[in-house]
Design a protein around this ligand. Structure first.
Ligand code: SF4
Length: 231
């Protein structure tokens, strides 16, 4: 039996309201509500290499760019060995216009070499092993575990970090602390879905500057921490 956190009376109605608003947005805009890496995972049947490569591409890059670049990249490099056949220069050109494309090209080459050397060309389904790969932080590792291996993880990006702090669920300075805080207060069955719910909500309602609190479905449960100006 999982322990009920003292904040649960605020959290449960908020999760229900977010889920409802997410489903409504999905009905209006179809798969535009899905993060790009989720769409890549669906298109490539949860192939771990496709998920890892597109997750690297997605860092600091818009969803629509990630989708297009991932498709081009995975056509040329459907497996780590194929990627190693490309020069770093060609790889950089291939993944442009993703942000930081030169750094990502260098990291992808190193990652492919490590996967072949240590894991027979496979992506490991293990947080610690993923964190040893260049350019892979906790957000990326969690996303790979969730999307490629259907394991439980909490992927904390800027939206999840901001909203979790504004609601008062956590009081943290860094996304990694937020992930740990959410692991303590959220029952495990909600871990995987929290990212998609909050990313969409963060893009549309709980925006970084002047959130739309007057339109927010969870305003009654939110402590508005750090919100000085809202609409
Ligand atoms: S009430 Fe405002 S600050 Fe709180 S979650 Fe909603 S939009 Fe964000």
């Amino acid at each position: 039996m999982e322990k009920i956190h003292p904040l649960w009376d605020d959290i449960m109605p908020a999760l229900r309201a977010w889920r409802k608003s997410f489903e409504e947005a999905q009905q209006l805009s179809g798969n535009e509500t899905e993060p790009s890496v989720t769409l890549v995972a669906e298109q490539y049947k949860q192939d771990p290499w496709a998920v890892l490569a597109s997750t690297i591409v997605s860092l600091r890059t818009k969803d629509e760019v990630t989708l297009g670049v991932s498709k081009v990249l995975l056509e040329k490099a459907p497996a780590p060995a194929k990627l190693l056949e490309l020069s770093e220069e060609d790889l950089s050109r291939l993944i442009y216009p993703a942000g930081f494309y030169r750094t990502k090209a260098a990291n992808l080459k190193k990652i492919a070499a490590i996967l072949i050397e240590r894991y027979q060309g496979q992506v490991p389904a293990d947080m610690d092993a993923l964190l040893e790969l260049p350019g892979v932080g906790r957000k990326t590792a969690n996303l790979v575990l969730i999307e490629a291996f259907d394991l439980d993880g909490i992927c904390v990006d800027t939206h999840v970090h901001r909203i979790s702090n504004r609601t008062g669920w956590v009081s943290t300075a860094h996304p990694e602390q937020t992930e740990q805080g959410l692991r303590e207060i959220l029952p495990q069955k909600y871990w995987k879905s929290i990212n998609a719910l909050l990313v969409l909500y963060g893009q549309r309602i709980c925006r970084p500057i002047s959130p739309f609190c007057s339109q927010c479905v969870i305003s009654d449960y939110c402590k508005h921490c750090g919100v000085t100006r809202s609409r």
